[in-house]
Design a binder for this molecule. Structure first.
Ligand code: PMT
Length: 411
């Protein structure tokens, strides 16, 4: 089984003779299911060509902090956020010193500073250099900061010396990387989540519809976090541009009624329901069968709306309701409105987000929210939707598995 499935590995190649092993390393990482993007220092290019690394990774190699074309494709901050792991292999004495001292004058050192991803180094250098006090002090500093190290190995070196300093072989590096991965928390093993995400679309005529700004990012992040925590996840999604998270079953719908239908079909096996979709509260009473033409009348058309079913409310009031979690997207009176929805829709929890703030909520990568239950309140400060999803799934677990709460135990 591929043990680095869907891991985003940023491979930093620096200028040592061991750089010739980098294409093999990329191949072996990809064999384990990882997606690899390569960043090279200038001196690395003396040992291996960007073209061969592009061929084996499937992506253009990044090598310049100030290249506008590369920045337009995937900017360095985006690349720093993309990475799940930064692997520097080979890591020369020079690069190790630069990372230790926080340099940011080339792409690789900048990415190390700009990323929250764990950093793993595979040192490679002459044995005398490896033994040098400055190198050892730098290594100690990095290890104390949580940087992880693979190798180096002892043996005959390219220069003829014998001793520690050889980069570990690609197979050893990949194996060590797999072993260093945190084991998937299996909190939700055997439980099924049904999660709605994205907007709905309510047709006006064959070419027009009512919708909203939901991108699906929050709901997809929740699906990913729940699947990562061991749950079976069914994602009922309105139209989005997003890829289905690994291990998640996705059902595509357009309208609120289709979403309700799809959710109801999954309810039997559902332990936890999260309504994250921005469901249109109204739909058009009568959808025009042909495109509405301006010439048809002097007056603008009068669109009659009817109310859509409330999916969340129907789930929460079903005969054997799952643990039901709603969202509240508010532009004012966040707490009061969210608590009203918690009460009215008989929810176990509600995640209230203020969608009036630019850069948060709808169609953004970050969010800021408060989780309310009947008797608790937890603030989630501004963070990525990825991190927020993990926090929400954790908060649900605390309630769901709380055996001291009789109301929850009934689930
Ligand atoms: O998709 P993103 O761009 O990442 O943006 C995320 C988000 C802002 C859409 C998300 O964080 C969010 O707030 N989702 C809920 C949006 C919403 O419709 O809120 P509401 O307050 O109008 O609805 C309250 C709850 O009832 C929600 O759980 C909603 O899914 C549910 N609902 C609403 C109407 C309806 N007819 N059926 C429902 O199930």
């Amino acid at each position: 089984m591929a043990q680095l499935q869907n891991k985003h590995i940023l491979l930093g190649i620096t200028g040592g003779i061991a750089a010739y092993k980098a294409p093999d390393l990329v191949r072996r990482l990809r064999e384990q299911g990882a997606e690899v993007r390569v960043v090279m220092t200038d001196s690395a290019k003396a040992f291996v060509t960007p073209l061969s690394l592009q061929a084996v990774s499937g992506f253009t190699v990044s090598d310049d902090l100030l290249d506008p074309t590369a920045e337009a494709a995937m900017g360095h901050i985006e690349l720093a956020r993309w990475a799940d792991i930064i692997l520097v292999a080979p890591a020369t004495a020079n690069t190790i010193a630069r990372i230790t001292h926080g340099f940011a004058d080339d792409l690789l050192s900048t990415l190390v500073l700009a990323s929250k991803a764990p950093v793993v180094i595979a040192p490679a250098m002459n044995q005398q250099m490896w033994a040098a006090t400055s190198v050892q002090e730098n290594i100690e500093t990095l290890l104390n900061r949580g940087v992880q190290m693979i190798g180096p190995e002892s043996g005959e070196q390219a220069c003829g010396d014998v001793g520690y300093g050889r980069m570990s072989d690609p197979t050893q590096i990949v194996q060590a990387l797999i072993e260093k991965q945190p084991k998937t928390p299996q909190t939700w093993q055997g439980k099924t989540f049904v999660i709605t995400a994205g907007p709905t679309r309510e047709a006006i005529d064959p070419v027009r519809y009512i919708s909203n700004h939901s991108s699906g990012k929050m709901g997809y992040a929740l699906a990913e976090a729940a699947a990562h925590a061991g749950a079976n996840v069914i994602l009922v999604s309105g139209p989005t541009q997003l890829a289905t998270p690994a291990g998640v079953q996705r059902i595509d719908v357009e309208t609120a009624e289709q979403m309700l239908n799809a959710v109801q079909q999954q309810l039997q096996q559902c332990d936890v329901f999260i309504g994250c979709a921005a469901v249109s509260d109204y739909r058009i009473a009568e959808i025009a069968s042909q495109k509405i033409k301006k010439e048809q009348s002097d007056q603008p058309p009068q669109l009659k709306l009817v109310q859509n079913p409330d999916i969340l409310q129907q789930v929460a009031s079903s005969e054997k309701p799952p643990f039901t979690v709603g969202f509240a997207a508010e532009t004012e009176n966040l707490k009061a409105n969210a608590l009203r929805k918690l009460e009215r829709k008989q929810l176990k929890m509600i995640v209230a987000n203020d969608v009036s703030q630019t850069g948060l909520g709808f169609n953004s990568d970050s969010n800021n929210a408060i989780i309310f239950s009947q008797d608790s309140e937890q603030s989630l400060p501004t963070m990525s939707k990825h991190d927020m999803a993990i926090a929400i799934i954790d908060a649900i677990a605390k309630r769901y598995f709380d055996n001291t709460n009789p109301e929850i135990r009934a689930n």
